[in-house]
Design a protein around this ligand. Sequence first.
Ligand code: DAH
Length: 339
Amino acid sequence: MIEKINRLKAEIESLTAKDLAEVDQLRIKYLSKKGEVSLLFNDFRTVPADQKKEMGQALNALKNLATEKIAALRESLETADSIDPTLDLTRTAAPIPLGSRHPLSLVREEIISIFSRLGFTVAEGPEIEDDWHVFSSLNFAADHPARDMQDTFFIQRNPDVLLRTHTSSVQSRVMEHSQPPIRIICPGRVYRNEAISARAHCFFHQVEALYVDENVSFADLKQTLLYFAREMFGSETQIRLRPSYFPFTEPSAEMDISCNLCGGKGCSFCKHTGWVEILGCGMVDPNVLEACGIDSRKYSGFALGMGIERITNLKYQVNDLRLFSENDRRFLEEFQSAH
Ligand code: DAH
């Protein structure tokens, strides 16, 4: 009997059928009352008691195999039959709603595009940094408050591993590995230990620009800034530079643009001054060039850094920083038509 079971097993495993009628014939042949498998169940009565267990299991397995095989044959023929040949299966099922680009990405791309027209190329650096690239190489004094835990997120102390607080760290990374002419723009995320509010966040985005070559002057910086401001905010935009201080630039300045909401007449947005601050800049301090292996007697350079959120706030009048990271679709969808 076991040979018969094995023979039928092999036979059933290799069954094929061209159409549903053939499947039905197979069902009758094996599984109907007088079918081959059912007949074996009749023989089962004559099996000696000590073999009944083994034989019973083999028989049940055979019956399941036949049932499954025939069902599978039927299913494959039925689904093939049900496909209407006039259907276009390559067509999209339903309209897929397109997402919109994040406002910060839109503005970042626009900044990159403006600077690339002046020959700047994009450079990137790590967000997890060390003290040297974020502070020491950039001429920060040992007791500068930015090195404090209150301002900087430290991952580890001694040696320091920290989240970069500005994209100026990419300046020193690039200068360490290349010689002038250097003309780069560095977009990226930065972190600061700040309480989250409408006006401050523990992470935000910056773009840094650096130009180092022979005879780079403050006039080059000013012209670059004016070009950027007018491309970004319109050809009527005015700029003004106020003296400032950064450890890595000397002299340093902050740039204001004429308020693009009131055109410089004075409104609540510009606190009735007609001007809004948008970035920090200056001539790269010779100490920074030297720290990064660049000859400060031969080369000079300018650098500037701006917050992408700030530029976006001005351009699109967003006045709560938290909106940028909350992923509220009602906010994000407002930028659908921009670009
Ligand atoms: N790193 C400065 C900040 O985070 C921004 C900045 C100011 C960058 C002046 C510069 C610069 O390159 O020259 O506030």
